[in-house]
Design a protein around this ligand. Sequence first.
Ligand code: NAP
Ligand code: MG
Length: 491
Amino acid sequence: MATATETAPVSRPQIRRTQLLIDGRWCDSVSGETFATYHPATEEKIADVAQANAEDVDRAVKAARRAFDEGPWHDMDARDRGALMLKLADLIEQNAEELAALETLDNGKPISDAKAADVPLVIDCLRYYAGWADKIKGDTVPIRGNYFCYTRREPLGVVGQIIPWNFPALMVAWKWGPALAAGCTIVMKPAEQTPLSCLRMADLALEAGIPPGVINVVPGYGETGAALVAHPDVDKIAFTGSTEVGQIIMRDAAQTLKRVTLELGGKSPNVVFADCDMDAAVAGAEFGLFFNQGQCCCAGSRVFVEDSIHQEFVERLVDRAKGRQLGDPFSPATGQGPQVDKDQFEKIMNYIERGKEAGADCKTGGGRWGEKGFFVEPTVFDNVSDDMDIATDEIFGPVMSVLPFSEFDEVVERSNKTLYGLAAAVWTRDVAKAHRLAAQVKAGTVWVNCYDVFDAAAPFGGFKMSGIGRELGEASLSNYTELKTVTMSLD
Ligand code: NAP
Ligand code: MG
């Protein structure tokens, strides 16, 4: 049985940082402007945060440039850089409770998720990349003639990083980890809805001894991100967010031929065959869609279920959806919190209406939960057809579409009938069938008999309009390095 302290709501964290971080100093924006951030469960304002404009972005880029060109980052021994990253990971671990509570306050996610998933993954990611810092190396290349030819992997330079609000701290770690390991310097723009954990992590980076100018943080809206994309002295943009903004960034980055990596949206198929372990598949379908209030780029939002088990599967899924505990995200018992803001809430409610109008069968949910906060009832639509908006568009909320199927080839074709290609999953006891589907589905990640298994070592990213490039793993390091070929005459 849970003790009283395990069930009592976690207390709200202190907000320590709300300014810009430029060149190791906390400062207001040049304009003096701020923007408000809110707690999505109560809709109350929690802080005013300094809002960076193009001039602030320019100051931050100059600081990052200096730290890169003149040192100390560029000149630092790679092993020492790795040690500083380990120190940052240790400090985050020491302040894990505070960071988890900041995520819950700013984003609305349940405190139990923030503690068990977000923060441990942040720490793990930074430690993983700290280990890479002194292992990035080139090759010797046998070429024709009397030459010694070798390659060097050099840090790319100043990188602009623009992140979303769904996993605020984790997105920081996915971006900082490989960039710091490679020896780049950073100007980061957190999402306007959730700047607080990023600012606190930047504070801890300074405390860890990461030198001034290596990490700069410029909170703001889309224009702040656009200023970073337009800046001629930024060498690369790493972006996570919507496909629409990804397209704008790619177009705008063409002006200066910046390197661009994009981690964008998805409409991932979760394919359930009749020969699956039904308990595991039902639980996996629930987790794959409803985790993080459905605000996951890889959410398993199209659940394809084989005809012969369709009815039983939907009944069991609906029971689980009804059993989800919504409420105060600071309560450890809460399994589902509010959506991040009013815009997202309204977008989701609009999709639910469109699903109903199109004739999909709303088995459970479909409405707002409670009177305060941006809560949406866990919603399951059955008998969804491929061309309905709820089956084609990224909803980014707790809305599942169930689509019955009968044949293997049919489900592969329908799974791939999307602009996206981020993730997919398959549930079956037939190993060959699982491998066949894994090979034929056009997605950057395929989970077999599991969902949302993430590890810092395993690459993640999209096919098609889900993005360009890979995050995590060794693959991400190539996003932050340039390859140089050196050829020396031996005559
Ligand atoms: P978004 O507009 O793509 O925002 C992502 C980030 O890009 C934010 O930091 C945003 O600033 C910034 N941004 C916006 N316009 C920009 C521009 N022109 N140049 C540079 N940066 C710019 O996403 P959203 O509006 O928060 O959410 C909309 C939809 O995107 C969601 O419903 C969901 O479908 C999708 N999404 C996907 C992911 C993912 O992980 N792939 C994450 C979040 C959302 P602001 O803070 O001002 O918006
Ligand atoms: Mg907020």
